[in-house]
Design a binder for this molecule. Structure first.
Ligand code: TXA
Ligand code: MG
Length: 352
């Protein structure tokens, strides 16, 4: 069947039209107003969409047990149907509705890292809406470490499926403004509790194979996981594709081309930028103070540290993208510890 594409009022050509009024509620991140949480929980229970903060990035949430609600997530984000979603839980009881089959190894990881930025891929329970798993027999689940997220889950009293709250393929949102940039008119509610504290998506660890395998590096590092369950590997790209079909899609990308400089001196990076400047405006984000005096050159500097990159990189990519550059030159960080997660996202953005 041919898909119908319409020109929306917002000027976007898309399969869904922006006809929903998106409401934003501003909350204290540590002591959120219970009435606002209750209002958001009502929206979830009604099968509608709520964007909310987690410690990693903002998520776009729907009732994980309601198939119609989950489909709304795919429509709003224009997400490919073969890319499964992460289910968020607030406690063990909720986890048991998502997966009845938690191995002893998974238990040890839960004991150590939950609540926190670790997603476990487990056998899928029968109550979970089928679209959540995109046809797989597994389900990805995590317990976020964010007061607003945990209270929303608790009040809604059901697991919430939530991918990052960006339009599919765009950089993940670390503020409510980023969510609104991509999804205004497509979702019902945004809970704005300020910028997220980590800024990079969770580690995804597959516990359903013979050995645990990292499908997506994140803030819980390979070393930290190995301390609990022994040596562990990043799944090879072919195996990753088989186990997590969604990883084949374009990810984390601004509209502009991303040129990644994994390592380089100020002079090397300046040369690359100057060459690109002959074609048009250029953005640069990194930790080296590249000195170019040209109106068409915009620079965002970040401290040379994975934590600072995590908090600032997606925001910087979105900001530089607004200048419609021919390219954004991005300087890498050391590919160790949390830096592995940063470099994974930057390499994917650069290969899009
Ligand atoms: O930090 C995060 O993980 C954020 C916040 C909102 O929790 N969520 C997030 O979701 O990044 P999303 O949809 O952008 O990324 C989910 C990743 C995708 O790479 C997807 O393919 C993988 O998890 N995934 C989900 N379910 C899976 C499954 N059953 N098997 C393998 N991979 C799965
Ligand atoms: Mg995402």
């Amino acid at each position: 069947m041919a898909s119908v594409v319409a020109l929306c009022l917002c000027g976007r050509l898309s399969r869904v039209c922006c006809v929903i009024r998106t409401v934003t509620l501003t909350l204290d991140p540590d002591e959120p107003d219970p009435e606002k949480i209750e209002r958001a929980a009502d929206v979830i229970r009604a099968g509608r969409l709520v964007a909310f903060p987690t410690e990693t990035v903002y998520g776009l949430g729907a009732d994980a047990l309601n198939e119609r609600a989950v489909r709304r997530i795919f429509e709003a984000k224009e997400r490919p149907a073969d890319n499964p979603l992460i289910v968020h839980v607030a406690d063990r009881k909720m986890l048991s509705r998502v997966s009845a089959n938690v191995s002893a190894e998974a238990e040890r990881l839960i004991g150590r890292f939950w609540p926190g930025p670790l997603t476990l891929v487990l056998p899928r329970g029968p109550e979970v809406a089928p679209s959540v798993s995109a046809g797989l027999a597994t389900v990805a689940v995590r317990m976020p470490r964010n007061v607003v997220a945990l209270q929303l889950l608790g009040r809604a009293d059901r697991p919430i499926a939530a991918p990052s709250a960006n339009a599919s393929g765009r950089p993940s949102p670390t503020t409510a403004r980023h969510v609104l940039e991509d999804l205004t008119g497509r979702i019902d509610l945004v809970l704005d509790a300020g910028p997220t504290s980590i800024g990079i998506e969770s580690t995804v660890l597959d516990m359903t194979g013979e050995a645990a395998a990292i499908l997506r590096p994140g803030w819980v590092t390979r070393e930290a996981l190995s301390d609990v369950i022994g040596p562990i590997n990043l799944a090879l790209s072919e195996d990753r594709l088989k186990r997590s079909p969604g990883t084949r899609h374009r990810h984390y990308s601004p509209r502009a081309r991303v040129v990644l400089v994994e390592k380089g001196s100020e002079r090397d990076i300046r040369r690359i930028c100057e060459e690109l400047l002959t074609q048009g405006p250029v953005g640069f984000v990194g930790h080296t103070a590249v000195e170019i005096q040209a109106p068409a050159f915009t620079r965002v500097l970040i401290g040379n540290d994975a934590g600072e990159y995590g908090r600032a990189i997606y925001s910087a990519l979105r900001l530089l993208d607004q200048k419609a550059p021919v390219a954004i030159v991005v300087e890498g960080v050391d590919d160790v510890g949390e830096g592995e997660a940063i470099m994974d996202r930057l390499r994917r953005a650069a290969s899009a």
